[in-house]
Design a binder for this molecule. Structure first.
Ligand code: FMN
Length: 358
């Protein structure tokens, strides 16, 4: 019996050993953007746990692009050696290391969730947030500064430099974070983009910044390195970004050399009404895969081996990304293999604990 979840996935010149990816998850555990032992243990555990791909947390391409002062960063060459240590460990344990490159836009300069998650004033070590338009995320928040064309060029240059550092650090997959109301998503959505220049207004103008960054990233990546883009497939809000827009965007991204669209939703407006439930975002991955003929990743409340298997086996998505379930259980892939009857290797050190086949 073939188990789809444990079949390999080839994207360009790279083959993942299975279809389970660790969804990028901020750890808010860095000082000045540096990685540390927490990241090694956290990511290392999930590599040992059998994930095929680990996409490390939203990693800021510039200090002002951090969500919080505690975010991981890649804006300085000095960040590279710490990241190299992480990629070497993940790779040595059979997981492909990927990185999510990010700019928080108007959602920057907040405190970490367990410190309140509120705006950090400049007097308290915060910084002015930038965005396509001076429209705050929440009515009670200060308006972000509107990026001028020079500011947009800086964003592009920051992503280029970050990509080169990510390659040097040993990442084999790059994911651009264009979801959850962060900078690229803010440009995509008419709810947050009210510009009247070449980066606002029409669909072509709103997707321009993301497409330009995709083009320059693709140019810098070796031909066999996959490029992923995470989008919010809908704003779940009247007048916002829609699933139709996502299909149209995915069609463009495909022509620009993007290999997989990672399909999340929401995050650009606080009051959206979202029908949250098991597998609730999977239909977006399925539709984009079908209508844009591009590989997709499904994410969001996927918590069981049976559901993950069903998603891949029925062609709803090529990859499943798990977040919180993999926080609860770093060994989810090993447990899922056991449950689904797939034969997978356990780390040598743990083989004596491997359940025996009956
Ligand atoms: C602690 C935590 C941190 C997160 N950080 C990120 C992030 O850095 N980038 C991102 O795209 N999504 C982030 N997310 C969203 C997850 O990647 C995922 O899309 C979401 O949790 C839904 O999947 P789940 O139900 O399997 O957890 C985060 C989620 C959690 C729980």
């Amino acid at each position: 019996m073939t188990v789809a979840l444990f079949s390999p996935l080839t994207l360009r010149g790279l083959t993942l050993k299975n279809r389970i990816a660790v969804s990028p998850m901020c750890q808010y555990s860095s000082t000045n953007g540096f990685s540390n032992d927490w990241h090694l243990v956290h990511l290392g555990s999930r590599a040992v746990g059998g994930a095929g791909l680990i996409i490390i947390e939203a990693t800021a391409v510039s200090p002002e692009g951090r969500i919080t002062p505690d975010d991981l960063g890649i804006w300085h060459d000095e960040h590279v050696p710490g990241l190299q240590r992480l990629t070497a460990f993940m790779e040595a344990h059979g997981a492909v290391p990927g990185i999510q490159l990010a700019h928080a836009g108007r959602k920057a300069s907040h405190s970490s969730p367990w410190k309140g998650g509120t705006v950090v004033a400049e007097s308290q070590g915060g910084w002015p947030a930038v965005a396509p338009s001076p429209v705050p995320f929440g009515a009670e928040e200060p308006a972000p500064l509107e990026l001028d064309l020079g500011g947009i060029e800086k964003v592009k240059a920051d992503f280029r430099a970050a990509t080169l550092r990510a390659l040097e650090a040993g990442f084999r997959v790059i994911e651009l974070h264009a979801a959850h109301g962060y900078l690229f998503h803010e440009f995509l959505s008419p709810l947050s983009n009210q510009r009247t220049d070449a980066y606002g207004g029409s669909f072509e103008n709103r997707i321009r910044l993301l497409v330009e960054v995709v083009e320059s990233t693709r140019q810098l990546l070796p031909a066999d390195y996959p490029l992923l883009v995470r989008i919010s497939a809908t704003d779940w809000t009247e007048g916002g970004w829609t699933a139709d827009d996502s299909v149209a965007l995915a069609q463009v991204l495909k022509t620009k050399g993007v290999d997989l669209v990672d399909c999340s939703t929401g995050g650009n407006v606080p009051a959206a009404s979202i029908p949250v439930g098991p597998n609730y975002q999977v239909p977006f991955a399925e539709r984009i895969r079908r209508e844009a003929s591009i590989a997709t990743g499904a994410v969001g409340l996927i918590t069981s081996a049976a559901d993950a298997e069903q998603i891949v086996a029925t062609g709803q998505a090529d990859l499943v990304l798990l977040g919180r379930e993999l926080l609860r259980d770093p060994y989810f892939p090993l447990h899922a293999a056991e449950e689904l009857g797939a034969e997978v290797e356990w780390p040598n050190q743990y083989v004596r604990a491997k359940p025996r086949r009956r």
